[in-house]
Design a protein around this ligand. Structure first.
Ligand code: C5P
Length: 232
């Protein structure tokens, strides 16, 4: 599995994202487009960024009845994204339907990964709000296993969970890990963080890095540093 750094382009408008991407002249980073930018700029933003030669992780975290997810995934597949995701809590049937929708007539499809439990969901909230009594790490591994059973390629998880996910679901099951910070950088609102170098050591397949690159004085240098620490 090719290790890569995915830059979280959490911008509110097309102008802001292009101003950022224009800084990159030699490199073509793999970019993550989230709900904010997608809802503000529409599907056209995906086509335009793709046209510039970037790979795209479309982070829309689908969760609906299997038929709706299947049809929506077919639309995303036509947008030619390279990676997309859904909530594993939508059930194994929903995940299987998503894969069907995502698969193009020639058999190719974008990488499909699952969100297990959001990092904003604490064990206490899971228990009180969702009536899930099992320990959160058990729930995360169970959802990862479900994703694997459904045929998905991997999960989004904390870098701290990546090792266990690989042990549970196999080395080829992809771990995409946000919560990455440079050793000398600001942690911001992320709680459990790892450096790109540590993420590489514990076996993350992709790291998702936002503000350490987008808010850096020199974003291109910060991106190159991430690649040097994580990939090279
Ligand atoms: O700026 P920062 O590096 O914290 O950005 C991390 C990106 O990864 C953001 O787009 C955030 O929404 C996403 N993410 C996360 N934690 C998760 C899932 C996604 O930080 N558990």
């Amino acid at each position: 599995m090719g290790k890569d750094v995915i830059v979280a382009c959490d911008f509110a408008s097309k102008e802001d994202v292009f101003k950022f991407l224009d800084l990159f002249t030699d490199e073509k980073p793999f970019v993550k487009i989230g709900m904010e930018l997608f809802y503000a700029a529409g599907p056209e933003i995906v086509r335009e960024i793709k046209k510039r030669g970037h790979k795209i992780f479309l982070d829309l975290k689908l969760h609906d009845i299997p038929n709706t997810v299947k049809k929506s995934m077919a639309v995303l597949s036509k947008l030619d994204v390279d990676m997309t995701n859904l909530h594993a809590s939508g059930t194994i049937d929903m995940m299987k339907a998503a894969l069907e929708g995502l698969t193009r007539p020639d058999g190719s499809r974008p990488i499909l990964i699952a969100v297990t439990q959001l990092t904003s969901t604490s064990e206490e909230r899971m228990k009180n709000d969702l009536l899930i009594d099992a320990p959160i790490d058990e729930v995360v591994m169970h959802y990862a296993k479900n994703a694997s059973v459904a045929g998905l390629d991997g999960v989004v998880c904390s870098p701290l969970e990546a090792e266990k996910v690989h042990k549970t679901c196999g080395d080829n099951f992809i771990t995409v890990t946000p919560g990455v910070r440079f050793a000398d950088g600001d942690v911001g609102d992320q709680v459990r963080v790892m450096t790109p170098e540590q993420a590489k050591k514990i076996g993350s397949d992709y790291i998702v890095v936002g503000r350490p690159i987008t808010a850096a004085d020199d974003p291109v240098a910060a991106y190159k540093r991430c690649v040097a620490e994580f990939v090279d």
